[in-house]
Design a protein around this ligand. Structure first.
Ligand code: IGP
Length: 342
C-alpha cells in the first residue's frame, strides 16, 4: 500500500494519500467514478434499496457501503477543493499567525491527578448522523465556556460541516473568546494538509481514525503533529485496530471508541475489552494515555471505564444536551470537578 510516508520529506508534501478505506472499495479517484457527487451516489443507493433481493448487492465501488465511507468520500472531495484555494506553502505561512499550541495530554494528566477521575474532553457537538440535532440553541462559545467552568480539562470541537454541523469557525471563536482548555479538532483526517489547516485554525490536537488510515499514514501524520507541537489522538474500535496502533512506536495517545462508526452501535464494554490482558500491560508500560470515547452518560459509566484503565474520557451527547452544560459536567461525574471545587 502506498502510504503518506512514501511522500516524505514533510515540507515538500504535495501528493494525495490513499487511505485504506478509500483504497478498499470506493476510492472516488480510481476506477469509473471519479469524484462522484453525493447526490448521484445517494441515487445509486436508493436504487439498491429498492432491490427485492435480500442478498447484499455487489458493490461496484461506486457507492459508499456505510456512513463512515460516505463521510470519507465526501471529505476527499472537500479537501481537494480547500487545498486548491490554500495550497500547503501558503498554509504553512499562516501557521506563524496561529495561536500558540497548548499541551493537550498534559492538561488531561493534570486533571486526572487533580480530581482522581478521568480528565474530561468535553465535546462541542451540535449534531451527528446517528443522533440528529442534539441541541437546537447551539452557541459553541457559550457551551465551551460552560464546559471549562464545569472542570473540563480539554475540549473537542467538531469541524465537519456536512455530517456533524460543525465548523472551523467554531473552533476559532472558542479560542478567540479566551477559553484556555486545549482544543481537539474533531475532523476526519485523510491528508497531512488537514493537519496544517487545523493548526492554522488554532487546534492543539487532532484525531486520526485507525479504521480510515493505514499504519504508515498514522506514523507519518503523528510525526507531523509532533513537529507542530500538537498531540495526536489515535482512535481504535476493535482489537485488530488496537494491535495495529500499538505496533506504531510514535503513538502515545489512544482513544477507544465505544461506537462503531460503520453501524453506530454503542457498547461501553468495548473500552474494557480492549484494555484487558497483554494490551493493557503494554499500554501501562509505555505510559500511553487512553481515552474512553462515546456513550458515557452517568457516574457509573465513568467509574466503569476508569476501572478499565482510562485516564481520560471524551463525552459529547450527555453533556451537550443539558440546558446548563456546566451542571451537566458535574452530573456526569456525580460531583463538582471544577477548579473552584478544590
Ligand atoms: O456523543 P458521545 O456519544 O458522547 O460521543 C462523543 C465522541 O466520542 C464522538 O463524537 C466521536 C468519537 N469518535 C468520533 C469520530 C468522528 C466523529 C465523532 C466521534
Amino acid at each position: 500500500m502506498e502510504g503518506l510516508a512514501s511522500f516524505r520529506p514533510v515540507p515538500s508534501f504535495t501528493s494525495r494519500p490513499r487511505s485504506s478505506i478509500l483504497g478498499k472499495a470506493l476510492n472516488p479517484r480510481r476506477g469509473n467514478s471519479l469524484s462522484l457527487p453525493s447526490s448521484s451516489s445517494s441515487n445509486v443507493r436508493a436504487q439498491q434499496m429498492e432491490s427485492k433481493d435480500d442478498e447484499p448487492e455487489p458493490n461496484e465501488g461506486n457507492t459508499p457501503r456505510n456512513i463512515l465511507e460516505e463521510i470519507i468520500w465526501h471529505k476527499d472531495t472537500q479537501v481537494a477543493q480547500l487545498k486548491e484555494r490554500q495550497p500547503l506553502y501558503s498554509l504553512k505561512k499562516a501557521l506563524d499567525n496561529a495561536p500558540p499550541v497548548r499541551d493537550f495530554i498534559g492538561a488531561l494528566r493534570a486533571a486526572n491527578s487533580r480530581t482522581g477521575l478521568p480528565g474530561l474532553i468535553a465535546e462541542v457537538k451540535k449534531a451527528s448522523p446517528s443522533r440528529g440535532v442534539l441541541r437546537e440553541n447551539f452557541d459553541p462559545v457559550e457551551i465551551a465556556q460552560a464546559y471549562e467552568k464545569g472542570g473540563a480539562a480539554c475540549l473537542s470541537v467538531l469541524a465537519d460541516e456536512k455530517f456533524f454541523q460543525g465548523s472551523y469557525d467554531n473552533m476559532m471563536a472558542i479560542r478567540d473568546a479566551g477559553v484556555k482548555c486545549p482544543l481537539l479538532c474533531k475532523e476526519f483526517i485523510i491528508e497531512a494538509w488537514q493537519i496544517y489547516y487545523a493548526r492554522s485554525k488554532g487546534a492543539d490536537a487532532i484525531l486520526l481514525i485507525a479504521a480510515v488510515l493505514p499504519d504508515l499514514d498514522i506514523k507519518y501524520m503523528t510525526k507531523i503533529c509532533k513537529m507542530l507541537g500538537m498531540a495526536t489522538l489515535v482512535e481504535v474500535h476493535d482489537e485488530r485496530e488496537m494491535d495495529r496502533v500499538l505496533g506504531i512506536e510514535e503513538v502515545e495517545f489512544i482513544g477507544i471508541n465505544n461506537r462503531n462508526l460503520e453501524t453506530f452501535e454503542v457498547d461501553i464494554s468495548n473500552t474494557k475489552k480492549l484494555l484487558e490482558g497483554k494490551r493493557g500491560e503494554e499500554i501501562r508500560k509505555r505510559d500511553i494515555v487512553v481515552v474512553g470515547e462515546s456513550g458515557l452518560f452517568t457516574p457509573d459509566d465513568i467509574a466503569y471505564v476508569q476501572e478499565a484503565g482510562v485516564k481520560a474520557v471524551l463525552v459529547g451527547e450527555s453533556i451537550v444536551k443539558q440546558s446548563d452544560p456546566e451542571k451537566g459536567v458535574a452530573g456526569l461525574f456525580g460531583k463538582d470537578i471544577s477548579l473552584k471545587s478544590v
